[in-house]
Ligand binder design. Structure first.
Ligand code: FRU
Length: 528
């Protein structure tokens, strides 16, 4: 066990000590220009336990998160304030506010109160800009005698001038949609039932309106996920978290693109699409009031299969980076384009000092089986980013070759600890290997999948024989986020070395000459 805070991510939100899971109540305060994030928090231990409370973080730039203590907590030890959301009630529809609270700071939390008897939905309001909440005296506002009814996410539906809540009837595989004019009286409008991968249960649903791309597709484009007669400029995206039962094991987030008329959500396709292909991305939620109509969101960067056992102490888990989501058409294979969410990390580079160690590898077109190695100075703080763009000449290898491009990112103290990433041309897949660690836990935990793959599509079909791929990677101590082809595919994974989690050298190698052409490979450490 690493008993220091050394491996704790710096630009990913973490608990001060103790346990963190789902992001809750994400909202943007446009008065103080401040982002708020609450989260499922157990300050007393590094595992999930009742009474779970709402921890609180704030950020000016979505890169550095300040701790803001505990925003709300149950008054006994056998219940929990489970996941939920926050809205800004500008027009005081709830009647909770008077003129002394600026309209831009009228935060109302809608969350699940978990008791041994039932899960019910409650509301609480804040008179101090989101730092503390007062419970509504007539709670709960919504209940249905079930122990499996949770995670309300509320949005403002402009078109019908109503609040809309999505909430999970988890083990019936239903997302119930309720409407309200005052955040207190809720009316059931419809239910979305059994879409996508079901797994054991649905959790943390959410709806977001996202603009459709302008591009008009050529006719005859053969994909169901594209609305054929839609005149609308926007689509609606329904997010659902599944646990356990994810394609990659354990927990994951799937999404459905469709229409929402204020009453019913109609998906264009009921097929699952993963928001992230990695093992550590769950309970995604969007911000209320994201600036400029953007869709910003955060996920818990862990997996219920092993999240409570990972070798960190005295804290466990972090969030992902904040991502900006847009909808675009994606060439899934040579025959089909599909409408897909594209994820871009939100990073404020002004947070970093300018003395970052930047390396641009050049002249790699003739990269041979000889490695190209670079070692950083030892002053790393553990944040590193890289860009790798390569193309594959498919006429230069055959099935018997092991034609891989491989990038090793080695740890600081022990050269046998490294992350290995790369692409194996023969099988059209990107690989991620996080198993080269001296930490026994990594090798012994039965669910901490060491080897992961991403079914990577070329972002540009140059011609029949040459395809181009790219990946942007950001590593923050014990978490790595990989964005492929400008964010059409993402893979988020934690990793744990035995000694020292910081990457101190990188090396690139190929398994066979003449297959890969490296257009770009640049790496830099970032210093706060
Ligand atoms: C998802 C979840 C939610 C629940 C919360 C409890 O990770 O199980 O459904 O509200 O965690 O902490």
């Amino acid at each position: 066990f690493n008993t220091t805070q050394d491996n704790k991510p710096l630009i990913h939100a973490t608990p001060p000590e103790g346990w963190m899971n789902d992001p809750n109540g994400l909202w943007y305060d446009s008065k103080d220009e401040l982002y708020h994030m609450y989260y499922q928090y157990n300050p007393n231990d590094t595992v999930w336990a009742l009474p779970i409370v709402w921890g609180h973080k704030t950020s000016k730039n979505l890169t550095i998160w300040d701790d803001a203590g505990i925003a709300m907590a149950p008054t006994d030890t056998i219940t929990g304030f489970y996941s939920g959301s926050v809205v800004v009630d500008y027009n005081n529809t709830s009647g909770f506010f008077n003129s002394s609270t600026d309209p831009r700071q009228r935060a109302v939390a809608i969350y699940t109160y978990n008791t041994p008897e039932a899960e019910v939905q409650c509301v609480a309001y804040s008179l101090d800009g989101g730092y503390s909440f007062i419970q509504y005296e007539s709670n709960p506002v919504l209940s249905n005698n079930s122990t499996q009814f949770r995670d309300p996410k509320v949005i403002w539906h402009e078109e019908s001038q109503k609040w809309i809540m999505t909430v999970a009837k988890t083990q019936e595989y239903k997302v119930a949609i309720y409407s309200s004019s005052d955040l207190k009286d809720w009316t059931l409008e419809s239910e979305v039932e059994k879409v996508g991968v079901l797994g054991y249960q649905y959790e943390c649903p959410g709806l977001a309106k996202i603009s459709l791309p302008d591009v008009v597709l050529e006719s005859g484009s053969n994909n169901k996920t594209i609305p054929n007669s839609s005149s609308s400029k926007d689509a609606w995206v329904l997010f659902i978290s599944i646990n356990p039962g994810a394609p990659q094991g354990g927990s994951y987030v799937e999404y459905f693109i469709g229409d929402f008329n204020g009453t019913v959500f109609t998906p264009f396709s009921r097929e699952t699409q993963a928001l992230d292909d990695g093992k550590d991305y769950y309970a995604f939620q969007t911000f209320f009031n994201s600036p400029d109509n953007s869709t910003l969101g955060v996920a818990w960067a862990s997996n219920w299969q092993y999240g409570q056992y990972v070798p960190t102490y005295p804290w466990r888990s972090s969030m992902s980076l904040v991502r900006n989501l847009t909808l675009e058409y994606f060439q899934a294979n040579p025959e089909s384009k599909i409408l897909k969410l594209k994820s871009q990390p939100v990073i404020d580079y002004d947070c970093f000092t300018s003395n970052s160690d930047v390396i641009k590898f050049s002249n790699l077109s003739s990269l041979s089986t000889l490695d190209s190695i670079y070692s950083f100075s030892n002053s790393s703080e553990g944040i590193l980013e890289f860009n790798l763009t390569w193309s594959v000449n498919s006429s230069s290898y055959d099935n018997h070759d092991f034609a891989d491009l491989s990038l090793k990112l080695r740890g600081g103290l022990n050269p046998f600890e490294y992350l290995r990433l790369g692409y194996l041309a023969n099988v059209n897949s990107f690989f991620i290997d996080r198993g080269h660690s001296t930490n026994n836990w990594v090798n012994e935990n039965p669910f901490y999948t060491n080897k992961l793959s991403v079914n990577l599509q070329p972002f540009d079909y140059v011609n029949d024989e040459i395809s181009t791929y790219k990946v942007y990677g950001i590593i923050d101590r014990n978490i790595m986020e990989l964005y492929f082809n400008d964010g059409f595919q993402v893979s988020t994974n934690t990793f744990f070395f035995g000694d020292y989690n910081y990457i101190s050298s990188v090396e690139l190698s190929v398994g066979k000459d003449g297959v890969f052409d490296i257009q770009e490979f640049s790496v830099r450490q970032l210093h706060l």
